[in-house]
Design a binder for this molecule. Structure first.
Ligand code: NAP
Length: 561
């Protein structure tokens, strides 16, 4: 029985390198890797050794016989990636083995080890730290604005996707590496400046993600009851800055504009039985609001047709296995029309799942999700607060009104400019060449400045996509360091710690984070993975009570605290 990759695939490619028979594709060196919705195991070539299971950071791989019923569609999905051929014939016969990308060799004297600041602590930051710390002697200091690390894995991945959140175990391991130091609760740009970081490091890598939303430019966006899906995701996940977000679930219908995976996440949480969510790490305030919710229908409205759906097939399969998802008759007809002309097998597979959905005219027995197509938003309706949304049928003047108590745009994240660095306002990224920040006026690199993740390439891909993205940046950085292009003024290891403490006496270190982590898990009481703190003050109180590392531990840790 071959192994099968399932919904929570993060595409970081760890499984590809673990596989002894090269049966997982696309591999990071293959053309389809950057755009693949997931990775696939070739059932004919798989030797069932299980090496990929251990390598996968998010528990996405299982032997076929151990799949849960809702995971069974992934058997055909994995197989469909590979061409039909005689039994036993390996595929692709001409492919080379997935390359092991060599970690860059750092050429550093012991007296002045390569020292890198990473700003942000999400997947791109942690994969960059991991890549740098593959060699002994390198030091990495990770700066994070919040007292808790891991960015969107903590505050963006939906609470019912606990497998995906398991990647934090890998990040915890990275944070325990010799040479790694957390500076949590420190804001670069406010508490310490870019140039101060450069004084204390050879290079600064910005892995700050894309913290803003793309805004929909229509009337009514400022009405109470209008907002963005990404804010609601942060509220659901207990992000301290969104704990007080007013999310009114008192109306029967919620409309989401845009149909990417974020819209699917929000729709799923709003329609899932709160008793099920009570076993996740959803924020208490969100769970309480969901228990009182009057929402019976969530409409996910896309401006284009079914074939252009932005959600991925694994997420659609996951959604339809847990929620009631319907289409109305017009949209069923659009699916059939698209199926008749679609050539891409991936799109065909998505359309085939959509074709099987129930009809919106059937009586609903529980809160449900309706996927709606070819609706271009024109204004959000209401006087004191939102009462609905107006669309035109895309490409026509015909108008359609939907009543709604809550309208959330879900049209993507957007990068934000960083003080002292150039910014491309159109693409909302920092201009760069393979991670080296470029000055657009001179097209020359900005010394010592690098980017990784969404601020480098835009808000696309999955958690694991950041692994190869960060590796590319680290290759550039180490290349520059070895070429003698990077220097730092302060070499005393405790000078930085003193500077940070003088600005932020309540800086949280690794011990502080572990204390917060342990306290949250304990609050979960074994019924939930954790019960999150949603106030910074509470987090800091727990971190402050964490035992201070002993002198010998500090010395052993390279004076990391
Ligand atoms: P997204 O995938 O880029 O989807 C954006 C949606 O907004 C599209 O449907 C797009 O339609 C629509 N849109 C854009 N501008 C619009 C406008 N002016 N009017 C109406 N609709 C508009 O964004 P996302 O859902 O925020 O996801 C961001 C990234 O995170 C993606 O790579 C996603 O896969 C990833 N993610 C993954 C997971 C997971 O794997 N579980 C979960 C969450 C997020 P058009 O296509 O017509 O432009």
């Amino acid at each position: 029985m071959p192994h099968v990759i399932t919904q929570s695939c993060c595409s970081d490619g760890s499984c590809v390198f673990a596989c002894p028979v090269n049966c997982i594709h696309p591999s990071p060196d293959e053309p389809g890797f950057a755009t693949a919705e997931m990775l696939y195991i070739d059932p004919v070539s798989c030797v069932d050794c299980g090496a990929c299971v251990s390598a996968c950071p998010v528990g996405a791989i299982a032997p076929e016989e151990k799949l849960r019923p809702e995971q069974l569609p992934f058997v055909a999905l994995n197989a469909a990636f590979y061409p039909d051929r005689p039994a036993g014939e390996r595929v692709p016969p001409t492919s080379k083995l997935a390359p092991v990308i060599d970690a860059p060799k750092v050429d550093a004297p012991e007296s002045n080890p390569l020292t890198v600041a990473i700003v942000g602590s999400g997947p791109a930051a942690m994969y960059a730290a991991d890549e740098l710390l593959t060699q002994s002697g390198v030091r990495v200091n990770v700066f994070e604005r919040l007292p808790t690390p891991y960015g969107l894995v903590r505050a963006g991945v939906a609470p019912d996707h606990q497998n995906t959140k398991r990647v934090t175990r890998l990040f915890d391991e990275v944070s325990r590496s010799s040479g790694f130091t957390f500076y949590l609760n420190v804001e670069v740009g406010a508490d310490v400046s870019h140039s101060e970081l450069l004084d204390h490091h050879h290079a600064v890598v910005y892995a700050v993600g894309a913290p803003n939303d793309r805004r929909l430019d229509v009337d009514g966006m400022t009405l109470p009851g209008a907002g963005t899906a990404t804010e609601v995701v942060a509220w659901i996940n207990g992000h301290p800055e969104y704990a007080d977000l007013p999310v009114d679930l008192g109306g029967e219908r919620v409309v989401l504009v845009g149909n990417g995976n974020v819209a699917l996440d929000v729709a799923r949480i709003l329609t899932t039985d709160p008793d099920v969510l009570a076993h996740t790490d959803i924020a208490d305030h969100a769970l309480a609001a969901l228990r009182k919710s009057k929402v019976t229908e969530v409409v996910i409205a896309a401006r284009r047709g079914p074939a252009q759906s932005a959600f991925t097939l694994p997420e659609l399969i996951g959604l339809t296995s847990t929620c009631d998802v319907v289409l109305d008759a017009t949209d069923h007809a659009l699916v059939q029309a698209d199926l008749a002309t679609a050539e891409d097998p991936l799109i065909q597979n998505k359309l085939k799942v959509l074709r099987e959905l129930g009809d919106a005219s059937e009586t609903a027995t529980r809160p449900r999700i309706r996927l709606a197509y070819r609706l271009t938003p024109t204004s959000i309706l209401g006087t004191d607060r939102v009462s609905g949304i107006e669309f035109t049928f895309t490409g026509t003047d015909r108008v359609c009104h939907l009543d709604a108590g809550l309208v959330l745009t879900s049209i993507g994240y957007r990068g934000k400019a960083i003080r002292d660095l150039p910014f491309d306002d159109v693409a909302a990224v920092i201009p760069n060449d393979r991670g080296r920040v470029l000055d657009p006026r001179t097209t020359q690199p900005v010394p010592g400045s690098y980017v990784a993740g969404w601020i480098k390439r835009g808000p696309n891909g999955f958690i694991g996509t950041n692994k190869s993205c960060a590796a590319e940046t680290v290759q550039s950085l180490v290349g520059d360091y070895n070429a003698g292009l990077l220097a730092r003024a302060h070499t005393r290891p405790d000078a930085l710690a003193k500077l940070v403490r003088s600005r932020r006496p309540d800086v949280v270190n690794a011990a502080g984070w572990r204390a917060i982590d342990g306290a949250e898990i304990k609050r979960g009481g074994g019924r939930r993975p954790r019960d999150k703190f949603t106030s910074v003050a509470d987090m800091l109180a727990v971190a402050a009570a964490a035992p201070t590392p002993s002198f010998s531990q500090r010395v052993l840790g390279g004076l990391r605290h």
